[in-house]
Design a protein around this ligand. Sequence first.
Ligand code: NAD
Ligand code: ISE
Length: 349
Amino acid sequence: MTAFSHLPNPPVVRVGVIGVGLIGQDHIRRITQVLTGGAVVAVNDVDAARAGQVAAGLPGATVHATAADLIADTGVDAVLVASWGPAHEEQVLAAIAAGKPVFCEKPLAPSSEACLRIMDAELAAGRRLVQVGFMRRYDAGYLAMKAALEDGSIGVPLLMHCAHRNPQVPPYGFTTDMIISDSAVHEIDLVRWLFGEEIVAASVLVPRRSGQAPAGMQDPLILLLEMANGALVDDEVFLNAQYGYDVRGEVVGETGTVALADVSEVTVRAAGRYGGRIPVDWRDRFIRAYDAELQDWLTAVAAGASTGPSAWDGYAAAAVTDSALAALRTGQRTAVTMPERPDFYAKAD
Ligand code: NAD
Ligand code: ISE
């Protein structure tokens, strides 16, 4: 439901998608088949053949030769950036310069300096134009966990244990650093949102290396994140875990704990054993969260203002990522340095 869907002809946000790989195509599917209030009218990809194939399934959609052309297209109301991380800054800045709302997949940009430039551009524009794809904030399990923390069910939260396991890294160019900047960035954002606190320091532990990891990649890693209030988060990030896509989380409080439940639809008990289904990948595990975040974005864009995870959130996650990467290189606990959050980004989550 959008704010306008009760009207006979609700306004449709005309979306241009930059980067039509795995998640770009998945977001196109949800905008065209699942959500209300959006239409995909243009696509661009550096892989022109892929852009053409995807557009072939979108009647009337334009294929633009460059991201800049797509952003300048007067038939495009809002831009969805699902290209590779290093391309995000230029594309998001161009959307801001054109005054168009932009949903950018995580990471907002690969460095905190780049994220600051995006924030500065949005501040200069004077209105929220950027939403970052931190979809875990929309996951029913994490929302229930946050509610339990806020209603005092487990007392003061002291610790959180996280695990983030993918069956394999993608076959192209995934590096050890990306285990932090591309994968752990989800927990980095999540715990800031969950606890309503910034992360003040990061350490990285390097366990025995899995022989299933591609040559040269140190996998798994364990991050230790220190929250401003002293709570401590450990995050096992293991991207070649083979057996499935498994995301876990448990907060330990003074009087109880709250943990994500297993997500299998059913548990089968038979022949003296019991078991359930493990998601195959992130598209499967977080399908409803992605639906909710993009519906939220379309609704907000139709209403004239972006909401959801902001450029500040993208920046803060990148600042922690920078510290964690430094900790990985040096083996030392590394403090996170960032300025005060500008009032412009003050909001209740
Ligand atoms: P992918 O490689 O499957 O797709 C990326 C696409 O972008 C490719 O088709 C590539 O040709 C295109 N591309 C790259 N640079 C471009 C540029 N400068 N201009 C136009 N197109 C360009 O990768 P993916 O898995 O779809 O990931 C894309 C982005 O989404 C990444 O930032 C990734 O971190 C993020 N992502 C987020 C989630 C999530 O859970 N929120 C999950 C997967 C990926
Ligand atoms: C991928 O880019 C995602 O964002 C997924 O949510 C995450 O689980 C995976 O590790 C990343 O590579």
